[in-house]
Ligand binder design. Structure first.
Ligand code: UDP
Length: 482
């Protein structure tokens, strides 16, 4: 009779960026808590201390998981002008020798290696050590479909999409408008970028399973197409396991309790009255757009919490290090003069970082103006908070299209886009549409998000689809594929 080990070790690899690390830690926590696995998380990052300091409850993850920050990779010699995706691919490639040494030293040897989106370089290591290999797609089934489809994308079709801006027709997804696909669109001539992205799709098609931070009830049509051998399934027959939504629990997982000025302020506000504004772990807007957003918030006369970062021209990422000047009332120089004093009664500006899951779960929060990163989206959804979509980069345009046009849980600022400055009146109107109690649109998105919240809870509960998917993967890791 086969002996089933009581403790199985798995290794999970996180690519750089909080948007990767956060769901990877959550996945690790589920394996450790629900399946009693020994879990080693390898993290590739250029800045371990920022990652640790920004994660609430980081120490409680440490109690459960073995978290190894690989030595920061030197990328100072990389050619300028490389896309973010190609930079990430090179960075990951350089981290592979040390990862191989680390995995070789683990006892017991992990039975499986799970890599996130940019970790495909590590799949070869799993092959060499005879480990099962999984990809954890930290975003949704639409993005997975695009990634698997892309290497097989007909050249004529690709040309029409990239140069004539025709929508992309991917089986199982709604037609993807040019503006609503990836920011790959913005760089049609970058060969390396297209090659790197196509390789991700081809590598992903050869693993033992794809875990997805989504669930059956959220994207049934896309998942059906992905599994159908006559549809998307012809590009990959890899089993797909939607295990989401995996988001950081609002209640601390250990003993640490998150204290915060934002939460204290929220305690004083009426239920559902506050708009939370944030553009993810690093995103920001150009200076003129930041100013218009400030005016839009002020004109809307709604309560708000705004996580603000200095503008960074020519990039969607804010600088964590810029120390700008301030006016007398403390307003940073990149916001309109006197903004803090004029909005003191109704708003709170938080610089750089807020405990987002706690904020979204607070009963005073009634809306989320977001860049539509997938973690932010899931966090909003599990808290039943409707969104206003303002996508910036990566797959966020696609997410925005899905959330507003297809799921109906969000309103979308269609005017937002590269090189466009959305005016204060447009922003004001959109905020009112979602936040004001008697607005029809607001009522619709609120009802829809509540319905999706219930569907997410059912998927995660014992006997639910995501619970079952994770159980299936855990079984494979314990006993091997049958
Ligand atoms: N986040 C946070 N506080 C902030 C900004 C972001 O806790 O002030 C967290 C947020 O809760 C989410 C993650 O950072 O879990 C951002 O991930 P997402 O996929 O939304 O966007 P990305 O940062 O990858 O663009």
């Amino acid at each position: 009779m086969e002996v089933v080990p009581t403790k199985t070790r798995i290794a999970i690899l996180a690519s750089p960026g909080m948007g990767h690390l956060i769901p990877v830690l959550e996945l690790g926590r589920c394996f450790a808590v629900h399946h009693r696995f020994l879990v080693t998380i390898f993290v590739v990052t250029t800045d371990p201390s920022t990652a640790q300091s920004q994660l609430p409850h980081y120490s409680s993850y440490q109690d459960l998981l073995d978290i190894v920050f690989l030595p920061p990779v030197d990328v100072s010699d990389l050619a300028t002008g490389l896309s973010i995706l190609s930079q990430l691919v090179l960075l990951m490639r350089r981290a592979m020798p040390i990862l191989r040494t680390e995995i070789a030293a683990l006892k017991p040897r992990p039975s499986a290696l799970v890599v996130d989106l940019f970790g495909n370089e590590a799949l070869e290591i799993a092959d060499d050590f005879g480990m099962l290999k999984y990809v954890f797609n930290t975003t949704n089934a639409w993005f997975l479909a695009l990634t698997l489809y892309y290497p097989h994308h007909d050249e004529a079709d690709k040309h029409d999409h990239v140069y004539l801006h025709k929508p992309l027709n991917i089986p199982g997804c709604a037609p993807l408008e040019y503006e609503g696909t990836l920011d790959l669109n913005l760089r049609p001539d970058d060969r390396l970028l297209h090659e790197d992205y196509a390789k991700m799709g081809l590598d992903m098609a050869k693993v033992d399973g794809i875990l997805l931070n989504s669930w059956e009830g959220l994207e049934p049509k896309t998942l059906k197409a992905l599994r159908d051998p006559n549809s998307m399934g012809r590009f990959s027959s890899v089993p797909i396991h939607p295990v989401g939504p995996l988001v950081r629990p609002v209640k601390p997982v250990g003993n640490s309790v998150c204290q915060s000025k934002v939460l204290d302020w929220l305690d004083l506000q009426p239920a559902g009255s506050v708009l939370y504004v944030s553009f993810g772990s690093g995103g920001t807007l150009p200076a003129d757009q930041l100013a218009e957003l400030a005016w839009g918030l002020e004109l809307s006369q709604q309560r708000f919490v705004w996580v603000v970062r200095p503008p960074s021209e020519g990039s969607a990422f804010g600088s964590f290090f810029r120390q700008g000047k301030r006016t007398e009332d403390g307003t940073p120089d990149y916001l309109p003069d006197g903004f803090l004093s004029r909005t003191r009664e109704v708003g709170l500006v938080v610089e750089m970082w807020a405990p987002q899951t706690q904020v979204l779960a607070h009963e005073s929060v009634g809306g989320f103006l977001s860049h539509c990163g997938w973690n932010s989206t899931l966090e909003s959804l599990v808290s039943g908070v409707p969104m206003i979509c303002w996508p910036l980069y990566a797959e966020q345009g696609m997410n925005a299209a899905m959330l507003s046009d297809h799921l109906g849980m969000a309103a979308r600022l269609r005017e937002a886009g590269p090189g466009v400055v959305v005016g204060r009146e447009v922003i004001e109107k959109m905020i009112r549409r979602v936040m004001e109690k008697d607005e029809e649109h607001g009522k619709l998105v609120k009802a829809k998000v509540k319905e999706l919240k219930r569907s997410a809870e059912a998927a995660l509960a014992k006997g639910g689809s995501s619970h079952g998917s994770l159980e299936q993967v855990a079984k494979e890791c314990k006993t091997g594929l049958t």
